[in-house]
Design a protein around this ligand. Structure first.
Ligand code: FE2
Length: 572
């Protein structure tokens, strides 16, 4: 039985499962080449169907990650905002009207849209609550028979934080926190206060900058903005910092009195901004830990699954793993809304159809893959000279080039699901070179100096590098690097001594494991610097995308499966 799962607004995506096994899942942005593509995921659906060799008529059920009729709570929030200020009401009402007319009500037409575009089908269409899709995306593909499940994001229909418990093939909702109390909206509002752009997904930048600051304003954030009350709840005080006003870069007097005016775009980043980032990050972490402790108390479970945009905060995740009483953790690589496509498909299979669970997500490689022949055809069409080498020749050669300073575009197997490149569409470079971070950020990726870069490393070497075992195949937790190791890999150690490693399992990605191992043989270092293969655009998907990026930017070599292209003038 085939089930399709869909995310159809921000970070649109599709997923296809067959008899409970994941077959394919991909974000629409990889095809449309528009970051965070919002809209019906036609291309992603087409890929899923083609990959399985089926048509829409073969799909029996479709799970959709949102219930468009839950709008009452949002309308209430807009009405309440009118009591606070005219600006606040306007910011909410404008957005509310636009959302109702264009986006949410449009969801009712999705079944028709599907049939018009992909042909007739008797499929049954299920609208599933957003946070339950998130919860399903985490628990149903986790290795756990039972677990506490915590999902948190900007907002779903009205819920921003959901406490649930998963047992076998069912998830039971225990408690909800609703708008305006939202950890995601808090963090996005801070993002804009520091002069970045929440709509571009700039929350990563706040987390990166936080390590450079001191949490000088922590008390202000915890006492006035994000408070906890001893009953397992948190409150986001929108009179002091409001997400909707922040979208328009407007900030209430309450925060301006304490922190001064928000930073203008392009204004110089100073210690003051780093301190704000550090304070907000710590406020988020401590609130999160408080909530995790609550769900532990509520469930008594040993395992914790997390999803929702907030679960991308890898520094927060690192603290949750080390400071809360849960023994085991699972976050899948598309923890944000794209993963809801996967979640809603599994919600239908397990929760609605009551089928048993028989799938664990051990890797992220669910997107398109290309043969050597397809890669060569693209290279020939682009007029690029290449050399085709068997892995025994290619991998040592590429490892040597990296050790000699080359930055390599590495295109290998099926593309990753989720925002992290995990060795399928990655730039790889030498982590030992102190200047490599700056070269990559400035010259290749054309982005801010403070963005940390992360290592992909052999899973077997965790203890040597961190002093403890660490198992995170999806690069979603930050961990401190062992003191004696920090100087060996300066390009991938953040200013606070931490790293966000991908632990590469030999079975999950043998070619990537082997490449890293070849680098280890040459240098003694069991890791490569890894950052996503893209320059100011979505991660490359096809050989053609990779070639375009190679032609338009500044890195030394391109590996398309077994085909190696060297940039003229680069040192081999
Ligand atoms: Fe979400």
């Amino acid at each position: 039985m085939y089930i399709l799962g869909l995310t159809t607004l921000g970070d649109s995506a599709a997923a296809l499962i067959k008899d409970g096994q994941l077959i394919a899942s991909v974000e629409e942005e990889r095809f449309s080449r528009k970051k965070h593509h919002s809209g019906f995921p036609y291309n992603a659906i087409r890929f899923c169907l083609d990959h399985a060799g089926i048509e829409l008529k073969d799909v029996e059920h479709v799970g959709h990650y949102w219930k468009p009729w839950i709008l009452r709570h949002k309308a209430m929030q807009a009405a309440k905002a009118a009591l606070v200020s005219k600006e606040m009401f306007k910011a909410r009402a404008d957005r509310g009207v636009a959302q109702v007319s264009d986006s949410y009500l449009g969801m009712f037409k999705h079944p028709k849209r599907l049939r018009e575009h992909f042909g007739p089908s008797n499929l049954k269409f299920h609208f599933i609550e957003h946070h339950q899709s998130h919860a399903a995306s985490a628990f149903f593909v986790s290795p756990f028979e039972r677990a506490a499940v915590l999902t948190w994001d900007g907002t779903g229909e009205d819920t921003t934080t959901l406490f649930s418990r998963g047992r076998g093939n069912k998830i039971e909702v225990l408690k909800r926190i609703k708008l305006p109390h939202s950890l995601g909206q808090f963090y996005s509002a801070v993002t804009n206060f520091i002069g970045f752009d929440m709509f571009a997904g700039d929350e990563w930048k706040v987390m990166g900058l936080a390590a450079y600051g001191e949490p000088k304003h922590y008390d202000f954030f915890r006492e006035k903005v994000l408070t906890t009350n001893g009953h397992g709840d948190f409150k986001f005080n929108i009179r002091v910092l409001d997400h909707h006003l922040a979208k328009h870069y407007q900030f209430p007097d309450g925060i301006v009195r304490e922190l001064g005016p928000g930073r203008q775009k392009g204004e110089e980043l100073t210690q003051h901004h780093w301190d704000i980032a550090s304070s907000a990050q710590k406020a988020l972490e401590d609130t999160a830990i408080y909530l995790v402790d609550q769900i532990k108390e509520m469930t008594g479970e040993e395992n914790l699954c997390m999803a929702g945009g907030v679960a991308f905060n890898s520094v927060m995740n690192g603290r949750i793993i080390h400071e809360t009483p849960f023994k085991n953790f699972f976050i899948q690589p598309a923890a944000g809304d794209a993963g809801c496509a996967l979640g809603s498909a599994y919600y239908v299979w397990n929760q609605i159809l009551d089928k048993p669970r028989d799938f664990v997500m051990t890797n992220a490689y669910w997107g398109p893959g290309f043969t050597n022949e397809q890669c060569r055809k693209a290279l020939e069409e682009a007029g690029l000279k290449y050399e085709t080498l068997a892995d025994e020749m290619l991998l040592p050669k590429v490892a040597k080039m990296i050790a000699d300073g080359a930055i390599v575009g590495w295109f290998n197997g099926r593309m990753e699901l989720g925002p992290r490149a995990l060795g399928a569409r990655s730039f790889v470079a030498d982590p030992r070179r102190r200047d490599m971070r700056e070269i990559l950020n400035h010259k290749v990726k054309l982005r801010e100096w403070f963005r940390p870069l992360a290592p992909s490393m052999l899973e077997e070497n965790g203890r040597e590098v961190f002093g403890v075992e660490h198992h995170d195949p999806f690069m979603i937790t930050v961990i401190q690097v062992a003191e004696q190791y920090k100087d060996k890999i300066p390009a991938v150690v953040h200013v606070d001594g931490s790293a966000r490693p991908q632990m590469v399992n030999r079975d999950a990605n043998p070619r990537y494991w082997n490449l890293i191992n070849e680098f280890k043989k040459l240098t003694g270092i069991p890791m490569l610097l890894n950052t996503s293969f893209n320059v100011q655009e979505p991660i490359v998907c096809s050989p053609q995308d990779a070639i375009n990026t190679f032609n338009n930017s500044n890195f030394d070599a391109l590996v398309l499966e077994n085909n190696l292209v060297l940039r003229k003038g680069s040192n081999e």
